[in-house]
Design a protein around this ligand. Structure first.
Ligand code: HEC
Ligand code: HEC
Ligand code: HEC
Length: 476
């Protein structure tokens, strides 16, 4: 039952998503000197934690004014207005109330927040960082006096105190403490990666209770349509064959030629957050990622970015009557080859990537290849817009059916990628339906556990009632 609810929650969470632009035009700090430095630090942390993504309504909502509806099967959970408005926001919050909301999930009025607000990650934030965030939100964010829609979940989910059960299970309230056995750089990276909810949220698989599986850190996890791959240092299943510079470049730009490009939720994370991190912080994350325990999937024999080679398949087919080409080859020629070149080499300047030695075509699962064909790539980094159109319904380019996507995907795999992988039309249908839109993939990571926790509570209540019933029926 828990699994089923979780799946329903993922399905529901994917609908109605919309991209939220990161607001980058904060008001100036009111004081100069030390305060300005503190506020600047708070702003940096807010970007690193991507508070704006959830706390800004889609389609031009005012920055941090809340109202982003996170869909759940029980109704939407709306993010709060966290501008310093005294009537609609957190203008009356003391610093300790702010700290309690962000780290313990307890609102100013004492009510429990749903874990759609990722306080279980933020619980590790240091006092100094909470102080800086508080300074930023109270001094440099413009107050907005409109209240977001109220969250109204049906009974018993509207009893916020029920989140105490979830907290007892999953909230580890210990603040981040550096591990003396690790370097300062690795500790900094761990803090950024874990406390600010960065990498583990998506790349660590979850168990049936939707809690991250301890021994599988960064071992890869499905987010619906996209897969966040294994990024442990294993040279076959992970990214052990990447250099530190490769990983740094990927986090900064989303493109490492001959290895991987970032689309979907990863592109969002880079676009809204990682690209703005200092080089030192990115290097720290790299150092941290490179020392987690390596995890190997025994079925894999070669790194996913080491498959395929230049193909002349398409060139050979030129002059062949289109009717005699396979459906996949025909679609590749018409819809892909203009950018990725008939030989799969991509463009010389690298703007259009090569399709061989590409993690999307060499992976043991075709999910990210199918996802890229359906949703395309849309990433703006450092002012440069990287764009590939998606071929799903509603695209301005050719709309491809499930069978078409499977055919062109299989053509790409056979010409440039992992030939052991095969895509069926029903695989495509599943991925098409399960596809979280980028931001919600991330939000889903939080909302699903909340729903599961509530399901557990209901189960517990039912069990208690059944037991009580038995006791009553039992003859004296
Ligand atoms: C994944 C989405 C998400 C992210 C990221 C996020 N929040 Fe939230 N936050 C929420 C939601 C949803 C609520 C409302 C939850 C509820 O009503 O139970 C909330 C509530 C809050 C509240 C409670 C305010 C009130 O009075 O209701 C504060 C304070 C807050 N967030 C601050 C932050 C800060 C600061 C950050 C960045 C460090 C942040 N949030 C990042 C989703 C998010
Ligand atoms: C919102 C979810 C999300 C977050 C947060 C996230 N990732 Fe990813 N990551 C993904 C997805 C999805 C992909 C696959 C993207 C694609 O193939 O286009 C990916 C791909 C990658 C890859 C490329 C792997 C390959 O072989 O293609 C690396 C490296 C990576 N992520 C590192 C990180 C690190 C380090 C962090 C934390 C700083 C992080 N990611 C945070 C979702 C996420
Ligand atoms: C208009 C040009 C264009 C067309 C047409 C196009 N692509 Fe792309 N493709 C791109 C760009 C741009 C990227 C991303 C480059 C980057 O991230 O730096 C990309 C990325 C990819 C990736 C890597 C995605 C990832 O997440 O790792 C794959 C696989 C891919 N394309 C396959 C295809 C296939 C198959 C087709 C035809 C169905 C196709 N492309 C059509 C421009 C195009």
């Amino acid at each position: 039952m828990i699994r089923r609810i979780a799946r329903i929650a993922v399905g529901a969470a994917v609908t109605g998503a919309a991209a939220v632009a990161l607001w980058t035009g904060p008001a100036a700090a009111q004081d100069g000197g030390a305060d300005a430095a503190l506020v600047a630090r708070g702003r940096y942390l807010a970007v690193a934690a991507d508070c704006a993504a959830c706390h800004t309504a889609p389609h031009g909502g005012k920055p941090f004014a809340g109202g982003y509806g996170i869909a759940s099967p029980l109704g939407s959970i709306y993010s709060s207005n966290i501008t310093p408005s005294k009537v609609a926001g957190i203008g009356n919050y003391s610093e300790s109330q702010f700290a309690a909301a962000v780290r313990d999930g307890i609102r100013g009025d004492g009510a429990h927040l749903y874990p759609a607000m990722p306080y279980t990650s933020y619980a590790r934030l240091t006092d100094a960082d909470i102080h800086a965030l508080y300074a930023y939100f109270t001094q440099a964010v413009r107050p907005v006096d409109t209240a977001p829609p109220a969250t109204r979940l049906p009974f018993p989910f509207n009893i916020r105190a029920s989140m105490m059960v979830w907290n007892a299970l999953f909230l580890d309230g210990t603040r981040f403490t550096p591990d003396p056995a690790r370097s300062a750089q690795v500790n900094r990276g761990a803090y950024l990666a874990i406390a600010l909810g960065h990498c583990d949220t998506c790349h660590t698989p979850r168990n049936a209770m939707m809690a991250e599986i301890g021994g599988k850190q960064l071992g890869g996890a499905t987010l619906g349509t996209w897969i966040a791959p294994n990024i442990t240092p294993d040279p076959v299943s992970g990214i052990g064959d990447w250099s530190s510079d490769d990983l740094f470049r990927y986090l900064k730009t989303g493109d490492v030629p001959g290895k991987a490009q970032a689309a979907g939720p990863m592109a969002e994370a880079i676009e809204h957050s990682f690209q703005y991190l200092s080089d030192d912080d990115l290097r720290a994350i790299v150092a941290y990622v490179r020392q987690v325990p390596a995890l190997r999937n025994a079925a894999e024999t070669r790194p996913r970015d080491a498959y395929g080679a230049i193909s002349n398949g398409e060139a050979l087919q030129r002059g062949v009557a289109p009717a005699s080409l396979s459906n996949g080859a025909r679609i590749f020629t018409g819809d892909c080859a203009a950018c990725h070149r008939p030989t799969g080499t991509g463009s010389q300047d690298g703007y259009y990537p090569q399709l061989f030695h590409n993690s999307a075509t060499g992976a043991a699962t075709p999910d990210n290849l199918v996802a890229a064909i359906l949703q395309g790539v849309d990433r703006t980094v450092g002012g440069q817009h990287v764009f590939m159109p998606g071929f799903a319904h509603g695209s301005y380019v050719d709309e491809l059916s499930d069978q078409d996507v499977a055919d062109v995907g299989n053509y790409v795999l056979s010409q440039f990628g992992n030939q052991a992988v095969h895509i069926t039309a029903s695989d495509v249908a599943t991925l098409r339906a399960g596809g979280p839109r980028p931001l919600l993939a991330r939000v889903g990571g939080y909302i699903v556990p909340a729903i599961v926790a509530l399901a557990v509570i209901i189960l517990t209540v039912i069990i208690i009632m059944v037991r009580a019933g038995r006791r009553i029926r039992r003859p004296a």
